[in-house]
Design a protein around this ligand. Structure first.
Ligand SMILES: [Zn+2]
Length: 187
């Protein structure tokens, strides 16, 4: 690798790290996605976020993605991510960043709070990559939702078509509309 190239690569990595910190990513995400040293990332984090990164483990379980509202938010993000994957030639991490920004736009356009953190969004993509989670088409509305693999599509009904009883009156408060692919069009 030439000197120029490695400098550029490093600049790009710093950009990526800064972008992720601004979105609220955990330090472990930066460690995984860049070659920058831990000390460097820690300094960068404090500089950009104005505080020390929170300690503790990353969420390792797929359970969170299977609960009602998180599943709808995760599905919205993953639909956007899959779409970008097809149409945009971006690095993997840039696809996550761009998809996450579009997810936040969609959520705020519907007057809702994002429930999916960028760390969980990143984690979700990893879970899909390693086959622990996938998307299944709802047999009622035809939308694609995050599920465990081997869900039987013929019988699968999503959380919007079949909200839990406990959702009651508040069902619309958290029920986000899944956009069609066209709504996710970039720029
Ligand atoms: Zn449905």
């Amino acid at each position: 690798m030439s000197r120029t190239k490695s400098i550029l690569t490093e600049a790009k990595q710093i950009d990526t790290a800064v972008e992720l910190i601004k979105l609220g990513a955990r330090l472990q995400v930066l460690e995984s996605e860049t070659d920058l040293s831990y000390e460097r990332l820690l300094r960068l984090y404090k500089e950009v976020a104005g505080k020390s990164p929170s300690k503790g483990q990353l969420p390792f379980s797929t359970d969170w993605f299977m609960t009602w509202q998180p599943n709808i938010h995760a599905s919205l993000f993953l639909n956007i991510h899959e779409y970008l994957n097809k149409v945009a030639e971006l690095d993997e991490i840039d696809t996550v960043i761009k998809a996450y920004k579009l997810y936040m736009e969609q959520v705020s356009a519907q007057g809702l709070e994002p429930q999916l953190s960028v760390t969980r969004a990143w984690r979700l993509v990893k879970f899909v990559d390693n086959g622990m989670l996938t998307m299944t088409k709802c047999s009622k509305c035809g939308g694609h939702y995050v599920t465990h693999p081997h869900e039987i599509a013929r019988h699968y009904v999503c959380g919007l078509c079949n909200p839990p009883a406990r959702a009651g009156k508040g069902r619309n408060a958290g029920a986000i509309r899944l956009p069609s692919a066209q709504d996710c069009m970039v720029d």
